[in-house]
Design a protein around this ligand. Sequence first.
Ligand code: HAM
Length: 442
Amino acid sequence: MPRVKKIEKKDEKKPRKKMTPIQTVRGMKDVLPPEQTLWDHVINESRKMCQNFGFGKIETPVVEFSDLFERGVGELTDIVEKEMFVFETRGEEKVALRPEGTAGIVRSYIENGMSKWSQPVKLYYEGPMFRYDRPQTGRYRQFHQFGFEVFGDPCPAVDAQIIYLAWKICQKIGLKNITIQINSIGCKECRSSYKNVLTDYYEMKINKLCTDCKRRLLKNPLRLLDCKEEKCMQVASSAPQIIDSLCTGCHDHFKNVLEFLDELELPYVLNSSLVRGLDYYTKTVFEVWASDLENGARQLSLGGGGRYDNLVQSLGGEPTPAVGYSFGIERVVEQLVNAKINIDMRMKKDVFLVQLGDKARKKILRLFDNLIDANISVGESVGRGSIKSQLRIANRYSSKLALIIGQKEALDNTVIIRDMESGMQEVVTLEDAVEEVKRRLS
Ligand code: HAM
């Protein structure tokens, strides 16, 4: 007799081990249907506004050669030094998940010969970006940006137009209490003389700096200006300002940008500490802040951008001036939620179908199909039994009408149309139901 049999039986009786559920990767999140309403609102208004301003949509791959960001964003930036998701493909190519959109769009501008197109070339984009940052409120490892870029126009009026567009989008989507923080970081020439002045200043205060800033001082002294450590912020507040080191060209450019903004009556705050965390900028830099971020309380900007006149050339294209902006969709949506901006987050259905019994259920399925074909949004809960519980769901969906088929209506081929607000009910034939619903909804 085989001895193992006994052991098998024993095993069968053992309670099944519960599987550990798999969770999202740290710093990444799901966006569920109720929140999608806000996402759609933000994206749709931004798209409409960009199209009105003459921008065309561009999509670029999520994966690019990591070189693109090393050369584009800058090897000494936090993004490239610490935050990129880099990996090798099976073909041994070193690639990265894009940490931002601009470098990929510049790559595409060059690769697709857009310098031959009628200039300026105006492009907008949206999609996921990836940064291996420390996750916290408003900071994720996968997040989404909406952005727009203009290529081929050096005029300060275009800087102002980009800032104006960023502002208009905020207004349109209902963001209140925001400020535009603006600065100029000059061109290569004036920036290098400023870096010397700044390094001299910081060397005298070296003992008051955090470890990161001591390290950054050698490589990129500008970044010390926007360190968020309290002690470094204090040192930065008396640092020499770049505005005093701008060459005549950069000075005039900045003055013109501000004059255009004045003309457009856009409120802005001159912020001499604003330097941005990416290396490609020249001249104008700006950010959109929610006003509760201003005193350094929670320095998460909603969006940022500026001019980058050398990037196209440094990535292998013709010298081409450019300027752009992008904002973080998660941060903007969170801002709308925090500010309790009155955008209905409920999923709305024009009509809700209610049924009682198997026969009615069959009729409902056909009616559902006819309503969808007529472009009417329909909710249903065919699994539910009681009419009361189904009407409760209809309320949750803010449906204007409920269409009810009980046992009697199923036999008569009729349907009760109930106005959910007044409670008034009327019986119509199933055949006339869709036309009657259309009439009432219009
Ligand atoms: P950025 O300031 O690095 O600029 O990012 C723009 C926006 O993306 C930020 O203001 C923020 O709202 C959002 N963002 C950045 N990192 C995260 C994160 N870890 N989690 C959530 N949201 C985040 C750029 O990316 C430039 N490409 C902007 C630009 C366009 N400059 C010229 N054209």
